[in-house]
Design a protein around this ligand. Sequence first.
Ligand SMILES: [Zn+2]
Length: 142
Amino acid sequence: METASSHPIVWTPETAPASKRDVWTALKRGFRGRCPRCGEGKLFRSFLKVNAQCPVCGQDLTHHRADDLPAYLVIIIVGHVVVPLALMIETNYAPNVALQLAIYLPVTLVASLLLLQPVKGAVVGLQWALRMHGFDERNPEP
Ligand SMILES: [Zn+2]
């Protein structure tokens, strides 16, 4: 009778599975502007500038590559709220165009500005959780 244990797996730091990073937790922490690893340290040092390091746990945050993705996402999110709303109001109430523009344009602008930082934080959190770019400590970017 053959045994299955004839080739035992040798556990080394290379073969051990990397500790799991919860995507939802990281997304939520990033959305709140917190470090995706500890949830405590501030992620941003200014409106859209990501801290080089988490001030609490020391996580290196320079690995993120958010680029234009947060801006695209904000356009998609805001567009999917404002456009249907505008169409619905036009269909049901047909208020005059000047009034509509006076409401939709500032609402779009303010909503976009309010969402930009949380969405960028969520993108950084996602990249951290998925070990994208340099966020994989076992395979650091040069
Ligand atoms: Zn941290």
